[in-house]
Ligand binder design. Structure first.
Ligand code: ADP
Ligand code: ADP
Length: 224
C-alpha cells in the first residue's frame, strides 16, 4: 500500500516553475531516494510533501489523507543542522521537544529520547548543549529527534551533505540499520547518485529544473 502519494505536483515561485508535473508513490516500508542536480527542485518537492509550502498545483497524500499542514506523523531532517536545533535546549531537550508538542507525557518522552540517542551513538550526551558538539554530532541529534517521533514517514533533505565523510558513512549505515529494525518509510533527497544507490531500495531521478521524473529505478544489488 502507498504511504505517500504525490499527484501532478507543480510548484512555482512567482513565474518561475521549480517542480513540474511530479507523480509518484512511496510504498509503506520503502526507502526511496530522490536524486537530481543542485537547484533542480528537490527541496521544493520535500517542502511541499512536508506541508511547509503549499503546492501551486496537484496533491500530496499521506496514507490516504491529503496533506494541508505538517502532519504530526511526519518528521523532517534538514541538511542545515546548525539551524535546526534550539541552542537554548540541551540535547535531550531538543529530542524531546516535538514529543512535548505532540502531548506525550514525561516518562514516555524520557524513554524515547534515551532510546533515540542510543541509536545515534549519543547516549552520554543528553545533558550537553548543541554548541558543545561537532557538526556531525549535531546532525545525529537532529536524526535522533526525528526518529523519537516514530514518524510514519521520515523525510530527509540532503541529511549527510554537510558532515565529513567518515560521519556520513556512519550515519548512512545508522539509517539503514534503524530503518530495517523499524520498517520505517523514508524519502531522502540527495544530489549524490552513489549515495542514492547505496541507500535506496528505489531511486527516482529528477531532471534539471523544473524537476520532473526521468527515471524510476528499483535497486537490487547482489549481496556481497
Ligand atoms: P534543490 O533542492 O534541488 O537544490 P530547490 O528546490 O532548493 O532545489 O530550488 C529549485 C529552484 O527554485 C532553484 O532555481 C531555486 O533558486 C528556486 N527557489 C527555491 N526557493 C525559492 C524561493 N523561495 N523563491 C524563489 N525561488 C526559489
Ligand atoms: P563494507 O563492505 O564494510 O560496508 P564498503 O567498502 O562497502 O565496506 O563501504 C565502506 C563504507 O563506505 C560503508 O560502511 C558505507 O557507509 C560507505 N559507502 C560505501 N559505498 C558508498 C556509496 N556508494 N555512497 C556512500 N557511502 C558509501
Amino acid at each position: 500500500t502507498a504511504m505517500l502519494e504525490v499527484a501532478e505536483l507543480r510548484h512555482s515561485y512567482g513565474s518561475f516553475t521549480a517542480v513540474q508535473d511530479l507523480t509518484f508513490t512511496v510504498a509503506t516500508g520503502e526507502l526511496a531516494c530522490i536524486v537530481g542536480p543542485s537547484g533542480c527542485g528537490k527541496s521544493t518537492l520535500l517542502r511541499c510533501i512536508a506541508g511547509l509550502i503549499k503546492p501551486t498545483d496537484g496533491t500530496v497524500s499521506l496514507h490516504g489523507d491529503l496533506i494541508e499542514r505538517t502532519p504530526s506523523d511526519l518528521a523532517v531532517v534538514f541538511q542545515d543542522y546548525s539551524r535546526s536545533l534550539f541552542p537554548w535546549l540541551s540535547v535531550r531537550g531538543n529530542v524531546e521537544f516535538p514529543l512535548r508538542s505532540r502531548g506525550i507525557g514525561k516518562s514516555e518522552r524520557r524513554r524515547r529520547s534515551a532510546e533515540a540517542l542510543e541509536w545515534v551513538g549519543l547516549s552520554g550526551a543528553g545533558a550537553k548543549y548543541p554548541w558543545q558538539l561537532s557538526g556531525g554530532m549535531q546532525q545525529r541529534v537532529s536524526i535522533a529527534r526525528a526518529l523519537a517521533c516514530q514518524p510514519s514517514l521520515l523525510l530527509m533533505d540532503e541529511p549527510f551533505a554537510s558532515v565529513d565523510a567518515q560521519t556520513r558513512f556512519e550515519l548512512e549505515d545508522l539509517l539503514l540499520r534503524v530503518r530495517h529494525e523499524h520498517s520505517s518509510t523514508v524519502l531522502l533527497v540527495t544530489h549524490d547518485i552513489d549515495e542514492s544507490v547505496y541507500l535506496g531500495d528505489r531511486v527516482l531521478v529528477l531532471s534539471k529544473s523544473p524537476a520532473s521524473i526521468v527515471a524510476d529505478l528499483t535497486v537490487d544489488l547482489p549481496a556481497e
